[in-house]
Design a protein around this ligand. Structure first.
Ligand code: NAP
Length: 323
């Protein structure tokens, strides 16, 4: 079976994708800033700032999935942070390209993460499609340069796919865990006007799309990876409350407060448009979780069960020490 090298494989998406690929019989390797994060997956090291990459990284690989990048949503967007967000995606991609070219390595495909930030952090009634132009704001420029770097692989005759991802729903980490906290406390509410759209995708579907990008040789270019159902921020939080059987009556969190706390990064919380999933569906992808309620029931149930088991283990361990 083929071998897939994942950059940033230690992250939220990478860990899930690793399991999916292994279940399908693929060998998975990681390219990481450190070999200490994963003991079970063979890991090669790189440092894009020093232009260094382990010489053996590309020996036996068939595909590269490029997920690496500094997290967009966990720190304020200072100028330094913005530069890191850009460089950790574009310079890493450029380093991969240089080395693959240098070693004359023929990959079966280069698949890169991208994001729906490509279309801009704006609220509108437009439904964005893959043929739309990139926005001129910070994330629009990051995604555009990220994808242009991926496109260089086409010069080497390598099939290139870019996955423009929406907010990924997982049971651990990511946006859903953060959004569920106030709801669990009974104080969940929409933010800003609540009318901004929140394009999302269940992690299983995102991994399904990545696997399809590996296996479907007719896939080329950019694909939106968002569920077909369009949801506003208000409907999203209301659905979490309904699945968790919690109240939803608190007034919206005012936009000025979100801006005060998150600075420029608040735009990803306060703005959002609809994104079309027609292209990936036309390629034959069938969503397991096309609607939000079903996706939330699945992920929130796992989240609650995991929290309960963790609490149970902690209590049992404490009881053992006290006995
Ligand atoms: N999660 C989402 O909702 C979402 C939505 C849209 C797009 N995406 C994109 O999909 C990709 C994967 O997302 P994710 O949620 O799995 O991200 P993540 O959990 O933040 O993991 C990203 C990985 O990138 C590597 N990394 C982090 N900072 C880096 C830096 N400064 N330089 C080089 N590498 C760095 C790390 O791997 P090592 O420590 O092993 O090097 C990390 O595990 C990202 O590019 C992200 O922008 C994610």
């Amino acid at each position: 079976m083929a071998t897939v090298l994942i950059t940033g494989g230690t992250g939220l998406i990478g860990k899930h994708l690793t399991v999916k690929l292994q279940e399908k019989g693929y060998s998975v390797l990681y390219l990481s800033r450190t070999t200490e994060k994963s003991s079970s997956i063979k890991t090669f090291e790189w440092d894009y700032k020093e232009n260094i990459i382990d010489i053996d990284t590309f020996n036996d690989i068939d595909y590269i999935i490029h997920l690496a990048g500094a997290n967009i949503g966990n720190k304020r967007w200072t100028n330094k942070r913005k530069q890191l967000i850009l460089d950790s995606r574009v310079k890493t991609g450029q380093l991969l390209f240089n080395k693959i070219k240098e070693q004359n390595k023929q990959l079966k495909a280069f698949i890169s993460a991208s994001a729906i930030g490509y279309y801009g952090t704006i609220t509108s009634e437009k439904i964005f499609k893959e043929t739309d132009l990139p926005a001129n704001d910070f994330l629009g420029k990051v995604c555009s340069q990220w994808e242009k770097t991926a496109d260089k692989f086409k010069e080497l005759g390598i099939r290139t796919v870019k996955i423009r991802t929406g907010v990924v729903l997982t049971e651990k980490g990511g946006a859903l865990s953060k959004m569920a906290i106030p709801v669990k406390m009974g104080i969940g509410s929409a933010i800003g006007t609540g009318k901004q759209y929140l394009p999302w995708i269940h992690i299983d579907d995102l991994c399904g799309i990545y696997v399809k990008a590996v296996e479907d040789a007719t896939m080329n270019g950019s694909f939106n990876a968002v569920a077909p159902e369009h949801t506003t921020n208000k409907d999203f939080v209301k659905s979490i409350a309904s699945v968790l059987n919690k109240p939803f009556w608190f007034p919206n969190v005012p936009a000025f407060l979100i801006k005060l706390v998150f600075g420029e990064m608040s735009s990803i919380l306060l703005k959002g448009s609809r994104i079309s999933s027609d292209l990936i569906i036309s390629k034959g992808y069938s969503f397991t979780f096309p609607n939000l309620k079903k996706a939330l029931i699945n992920k929130l149930t796992i989240m609650i069960t995991t929290n309960f088991i963790t609490l149970y283990i902690q209590c049992s361990t404490n009881a053992m020490y006290l006995a």
